[in-house]
Design a protein. Structure first.
Length: 246
């Protein structure tokens, strides 16, 4: 099937899954912003999106999107490098009109994956995962189960740690470069742009991605400085929070 076997098909799959992930991030960012204004409201959202069947289906679907996107990105990168052969070493200067992000999408993608792993460790592993394991009959400590919906507390605790705050900011910077190029590239691959919309889609993509990143950045800053509703949460001292990562 051309969708899986041809390079064009792989690019289409990358584009569709990439755009789907962008809109998921938009939803996720909007949800996280609630924590700045109301910890109770955010925890209610976390409880609603716990280990319910619809949340588990959504999580599984999201995992498939991420897997397909990055697997095909890696395959296409290897194919492009193989096609260029030794010629890729012949050009030392950046080709005119080629963005820095375009030349470093694989590196940016690796940083994004590592950031996702850190995010899963700090939040998903403490919230939805214990619920899933409990549903499967495994013993989970009562205090862990009591805090599975305490998303606001985990935000405050995580970003009070300077190391985590810096790592998340680096991750968000890499994500901005990756998504701004990826959004426009996906539109091109799907053939949605034309002479009139060629530049418009780039602007639209940059605005959407920038809003997403600024929203996540606001949560990190609010958690670190204790701003808004997150400032009402008592957390351990920063040194204690950072002990596992220092």
């Amino acid at each position: 099937m051309w969708l899986f076997n041809s390079s064009v098909g792989k690019k289409v799959l990358m584009s569709v899954t990439g755009l789907a992930l962008v809109f998921f991030l938009l939803f996720h960012m909007s949800m996280n912003l609630v924590a700045i204004f109301s910890t109770e409201g955010y925890n209610m959202i976390c409880e609603f999106l716990g280990a319910n069947w619809y949340a588990l289906v959504g999580t599984a679907g999201l995992a498939v999107l991420v897997l397909v996107h990055f697997v095909y990105a890696f395959i296409l990168t290897l194919q492009n490098r193989k096609a260029r052969g030794s010629q890729r070493y012949a050009v030392l200067e950046k080709p005119k009109g080629v963005e820095w992000a375009s030349q470093n999408m694989l590196v940016l993608g690796i940083i994004v994956i590592l950031g996702m792993g850190l995010h899963l460790f700090n939040f998903w592993a403490k919230m939805q995962l214990p619920e899933v394991l409990h549903m499967l009959g495994m013993h989970i400590e009562p205090n862990v189960m009591a805090n599975v919906a305490n998303g606001s507390g985990y935000i405050a605790q995580t970003f009070t740690c300077p190391v985590y705050a810096i790592l998340y900011i680096v991750w968000l910077a890499a994500l901005w470069f990756h998504l701004t190029h990826g959004f426009w590239s996906a539109i091109q691959t799907l053939g949605i742009n034309n002479n009139v919309w060629f530049c418009r889609w780039r602007v639209i993509g940059n605005v959407i991605v920038t809003l997403i990143i600024l929203g996540f950045f606001a949560v990190v800053v609010a958690g670190f400085f204790g701003l808004g509703a997150l400032g009402t949460i008592e957390v351990a001292a920063p040194a204690a929070c950072c002990a596992p990562c220092c």
